[in-house]
Ligand binder design. Structure first.
Ligand SMILES: *Cc1c(COP(=O)(O)O)cnc(C)c1O
Length: 369
């Protein structure tokens, strides 16, 4: 977990109750009522241990990370959880999985063989088997899967926890690959040992029950990420990011604001400088595009996002009861403007907004019991 700087001007609040609500929402949404949780990349930037403990308290028992070190941190915080590593098994890592009681994901025939050898001397610790149905990234290739199905003895002595695959286009419900992957996955699992099957990450949970199989594996939805753009986001927002106003000044032409003189006011404007920049994850593509909020008032970001600060045009609030002054806070992410809205302004996805959130904020967790 990130240590909290004690004099940070801006504040990141992470609502663990909201994560628990999202977890329960997904469990209710799926036919079998169960869900694992993906907590890779430090719990999508929100602190993997805090997030995992809250999810465990909400009933989650199965956690997935990308890296071994991420999995070790979760396992040490929650010894009774099953913690899987999705990226795959490299030769020499077998004993690390046993030492920490972690579950590897076997992603090619060679990894299966490595684990089988390891199992023969070490009991049969669990492993997941992943095959590729449309990502061409991780998991057994179709030719390898065929080879495996023709000789299932390759899996003898391996204690499988889940058989899994990953969707490529689930955030785009009409995409033809969605049905194809579902179909290919369904037929393949019939030829493999009967263990719980799992295909859906967040977006595929919302494609329908045919994608739910025996377990689902959401990440971003737990943290408030929208499943797709066709439906209203049913998930609770988890993150609030409040930026502190450091200075307020009048600007008029021919003055310009910020790097590259990007913002050139045509008349007198009132500009406030807020303590968050691209080094804090307020990414640079938000320059002159993002909106922040003071209470319910939308305020445009003007000019370039700098490393440490942004500039916002607060002219409309001047001479009102909501006039902005140094020491005030504005919502960079908040109830009026969530991670999905900010991502859209930045030309990216909510995942990147979350995992970019910097280490310089005061971090505060609420709820999660
Ligand atoms: C990241 C990841 C997930 C979680 O994806 P979300 O879209 O965040 O729900 C699930 N499975 C795999 C293999 C992943 O890489």
């Amino acid at each position: 977990m990130v240590s909290t700087p004690s004099h940070a001007p801006s504040c990141l609040t992470i609502d663990l109750d909201a994560i628990q609500n999202n977890y329960r929402f997904i469990c209710n949404k799926v036919s079998h009522g169960k869900s694992a949780a993906v907590v890779k990349a430090d719990g999508y930037g929100l602190g993997e241990v805090a997030v995992s403990k809250a999810l465990f308290n909400a009933g989650c028992r199965s956690f997935f990370t990308a890296h071994i070190d991420e999995a070790i941190a979760v396992k040490q915080a929650i010894p009774h959880a099953s913690v899987s590593v999705m990226n795959g098994l490299l030769s020499g890592e077998e004993s690390v999985y046993s030492e920490y009681d972690l579950v590897p994901t076997l992603n090619d025939l060679n990894q299966i063989e490595l684990w089988k050898k390891h199992c023969s001397n070490n009991g049969a610790p669990q492993a997941n088997l992943q095959f590729d149905t449309g990502m061409a990234r991780l998991g057994l290739m179709p030719t390898e899967l065929e080879e495996l199905c023709l000789d299932l003895s390759k899996l003898d002595g391996i204690n499988l926890q889940y058989i899994m695959s990953h969707m490529a286009c689930a955030d785009d419900p009409p995409h033809p690959l969605n049905k194809k992957q579902q179909k290919d996955f369904s037929s393949a699992i019939k030829r493999l040992p009967k263990v719980p099957a799992m295909l859906a990450a967040s977006s595929a949970v919302f494609l329908g029950p045919e994608w739910h199989f025996d377990m689902v594996r959401p990440g971003v939805a737990l943290y408030g990420g929208a499943p797709n753009e066709q439906i209203q986001n049913p998930l609770s927002q988890v993150v609030r990011l409040e930026g502190k106003v450091m200075q307020v000044r009048e600007v008029n032409e021919p003055q310009s604001v910020g790097y590259s003189a990007l913002f050139q006011p045509k008349s007198r404007r009132l500009i406030a400088t807020v303590a968050a920049g691209y080094a804090d994850g307020f990414i640079r593509s938000l320059s002159s595009r993002a909106t922040v909020y003071y209470k319910d008032h939308a305020i445009p970001v003007v000019g370039r996002v700098s490393m440490d600060v942004i500039t916002i045009d607060v002219s409309d609030l001047e001479n009102t009861e909501n006039a902005i002054k140094p020491g005030d806070t504005v919502d960079l992410i908040g109830p009026n403007h969530d991670i999905n809205a900010l991502a859209k302004e930045a030309g990216t996805i909510s995942y990147e907004i979350l995992t970019s959130l910097g280490k310089r904020y005061k971090r505060q967790y609420v709820g999660g019991a």
